[in-house]
Ligand binder design. Structure first.
Ligand SMILES: Cc1ncc(COP(=O)(O)O)c(C=O)c1O
Length: 456
């Protein structure tokens, strides 16, 4: 096990009875003296969390802006874990980590080649730089899952062509994994571009796959796992990689790792921009969770991720039982793409159910799913999903598989549908059955209202 110096120091100081004349009335709930809301705060955060909400700088815990002590050591251990030259803890999400990456590498008028299907944080940050942006847009889409597959041959061709014409791209921005679970082989793209020119900086957004580096089966998906080996072939490699540990590791929300690989010029530039953009009041519990998430993975990552992969394998064979549900697994031929083994897209087209019907069934089973298309939903088997959770999911899927919608959107009704009370038809023969009407009938049925259905 590595040291967790920041967390150890934070816990040491949170136990002391210190009176702070700096800021943060919420520390230990002290500012809530006589507050009617004290109980609410304690229910939300717990006494321990409130005790750990501190802001002790140099000589106590560490200076959060220019760390020299335990925060510096913690970031260095994390950098070593990910094989980077510098890793910084960001407490405003990968949204801001991406912004830092862009502002530290791109100036007004620079030419930048961008995978068009990157997160909004990249687009908005780029729009502020005044750079000359070329989007690589050629993409194929698997309609049911909504998965998009960037054509990397065309991206590499664009890089080659600009280089040959004498106006090369200074920065290339790649998205390593999409929300829908398409993992791009970023390292193979980077190598192909470096074979054309090494005079380029890469920004790679690994927001979704911070977990990948910690398991034998999945480490091939993270560029950082093979970075040492690649650096011996490409010693000038300059790369910034951002990750959202809160998406796949045990870290608090809004945390991000900003990893830098490269020369001292790049490191200085990223550090300077981080200083200018990042909050000057990072949350100490969030910083601590970035340290703990790394160490949790170092100790348990391989096994825990393997358990999740095994759960997915079992779940995949369970899915064969359902005649009306299937797993979307179409992917174009080629070496550039893979599907995240922990994220499955399930197709419910054959049930004939509307996406709203599906949402209602999941909600009834207390299952939260965030990504739907017209006929699919996305399941993320992240750490923490266990067999009991999957049993609950199976109950919902069984119901989904066996439920058939009696009304099809935009078809024509051949009956009266009359709820009682009040005895006023919600549908008459010849009327177009809109989604709104179906929703109303579903709602009435859910409320166990008596409904007469009489052929017209
Ligand atoms: C690919 C990608 N990059 C960056 C982000 C932003 O990350 P965060 O929510 O940590 O700010 C997201 C958010 O979903 C994302 O999908």
């Amino acid at each position: 096990m590595n040291r967790i110096p920041f967390t150890d120091r934070l816990l040491e100081y949170s136990k002391k009875e210190i009176t702070s004349f700096h800021a943060l009335p919420l520390n230990s709930g002290n500012g809530l003296y006589k507050s009617k809301l004290k109980e609410h705060y304690e229910c939300l955060f717990g006494k321990e969390y409130l005790a750990n909400e501190v802001t002790y700088g140099n000589g106590w815990i560490d200076n959060p802006i220019f760390p020299t002590d335990v925060l510096k050591e913690s970031q260095e251990i994390t950098a070593k874990t990910f094989h980077t030259d510098l890793t910084m803890y960001i407490t405003s999400g990968t949204t801001v980590a991406n912004q830092i990456a862009i502002f530290s590498t791109i100036n007004h008028g620079d030419r930048v080649l961008v995978d068009r299907h990157t997160h909004q944080s990249i687009h908005f940050s780029l729009s502020l730089t005044g750079a000359k942006i070329q989007y690589s847009t050629f993409v194929s889409e698997e309609e049911s899952s909504g998965r998009q597959f960037i054509n990397y041959d065309s991206l590499i061709h664009e890089f080659q062509s600009a280089f040959s014409k004498g106006h090369p791209f200074k920065v290339v921005i790649l998205n390593a994994s999409t929300y829908e679970g398409v993992i791009n082989n970023s390292m193979s793209i980077i190598e192909k571009i470096l074979d054309i020119s090494e005079d380029v900086t890469f920004i790679v957004d690994e927001a979704w796959i911070a977990y990948a580096a910690f398991n034998d089966e999945t480490k091939k998906y993270s560029i950082l796992s093979s970075i040492n080996e690649k650096r011996s072939s490409y010693p000038k490699l300059r790369l910034i990689c951002t990750q959202s540990p809160h998406k796949s590791l045990n870290a608090l929300r809004q945390t991000s790792y900003l990893h830098v690989i490269g020369d001292s010029k790049l490191i200085t530039s990223v550090s300077d921009i981080k200083y200018k953009i990042h909050t000057t009041s990072p949350s100490y519990p969030m910083l601590s969770s970035l340290e703990l998430a790394r160490e949790d993975m170092v100790i348990n990552g391989n096994d825990r991720i393997q358990e999740s992969l095994n759960l997915v394998k079992l779940f995949r064979s369970h899915m064969e039982k359902y005649s009306n549900l299937s797993i979307n697994s179409k992917i174009p031929k080629g070496d550039f793409w893979a599907l995240d083994p922990l994220r499955l897209s399930v197709n419910f087209k054959n049930t004939n159910l509307d996406v709203n019907d599906v949402k209602i069934i999941f909600q009834k089973h207390d299952l939260y799913i965030s990504r739907f298309t017209q006929d699919s939903f996305l399941l993320n088997f992240h750490l923490g999903i266990n067999e009991n959770n999957i049993d609950r999911l199976k109950n919902a899927l069984k119901e989904l598989n066996n439920t058939h919608r009696s009304y099809i959107t935009n078809s024509t009704s051949n009956e009266y549908v009359i709820p009682y009370p009040p005895g006023v038809p919600v549908l008459v023969p010849g009327e177009i059955i809109t989604r709104k009407i179906i929703k109303k009938i579903n709602m009435l049925e859910n409320c166990k209202t008596k409904i007469m259905k009489i052929k017209g």
